[in-house]
Design a protein around this ligand. Structure first.
Ligand code: R1P
Length: 232
């Protein structure tokens, strides 16, 4: 999608072997969920243990302002709830079970560590935990849709991430996620501001250094098991 470089970068980050996706596939681009999540299975086969996901998202929570960073505590996978799930079809037993649990899919230890990192980098004031919801897109939400999402407990909404997290959790990877709040989602018919992709990219540019520092320091401090691989 425009604004995503579409590169896969391999390297060493603070002593940990990492592979980084600059960009992702989205369902709204017409890709199957199988293709959208294919990189995650490639990472698994490469020996990656931890997946760090980042996204741009619109805020529904009054306490989340533009430029804030939300540590994803949990998600609501709206496409998944109606059967648009990357795990649909015969189960790939070599990756994981037919019916994987999704409770606790955003690793608690990594969430706590990220908050410590935020304090040490002096950015804790712009960070809090919340619930991310994936919608199909590509249109942004109507006012009634925004109100619905708010009522069901969504803090931030975007059009990605949940399928990758489902596939990573299915194959036993640890997951950590961040949403950069790029816009407020209008919940009032009196609001005249409307969101657009250029505005989303602009906030992304403004906060890219902060997100980069947070992720780098988190990776430097995170415990690893046998190998040293992380995918971002
Ligand atoms: O989730 P990412 O790809 O970060 O970006 C979000 O921002 C784009 C819309 O501006 C959509 O792609 C949406 O999902």
């Amino acid at each position: 999608v425009q604004g995503h470089a579409g590169r896969l970068v391999f390297g060493d980050l603070k002593g940990k072997t990492c592979v980084c996706m600059q960009g992702r596939f989205h369902m709204y681009e017409g890709h199957s969920l199988c293709k959208t999540t294919f990189p995650v299975r490639v990472f698994k086969l490469l020996g990656v243990e931890t997946l760090v996901v980042t996204n741009a998202a619109g805020s529904l929570a009054d306490g989340l302002q533009i430029g804030d960073i939300m540590i994803i505590k949990d998600h609501i996978n709206f496409p998944g709830l109606v059967g648009l799930n990357p795990l649909t079809g015969p189960n790939e037993d070599r990756f994981g079970p037919r019916f994987p649990a999704m409770s606790g899919c955003y690793h608690k230890g990594l969430r706590c560590l990220a908050m410590e990192v935020a304090k040490d980098l002096d950015v804790a004031a712009i960070m809090q935990e919340g619930v991310y919801a994936m919608v199909g897109g590509p249109n942004f939400e109507s006012i009634a849709e925004a109100r619905l999402l708010h009522r069901v407990g969504v803090d931030a909404v975007g059009m990605s991430t949940a399928p990758e997290v489902v596939v990573a959790t299915h194959c036993g990877m640890r997951v950590f996620g961040l949403s950069l709040i790029t816009n407020k989602v209008g919940k009032s018919y009196e609001d005249s501001d409307s969101v657009n992709h250029e505005g989303v990219l602009e906030v992304g540019r403004l906060r890219s250094d902060t997100v980069q520092q947070l992720v780098t320091e988190l990776i430097r401090r995170m415990e690893i098991n046998n190998n040293t691989s992380t995918a971002v």
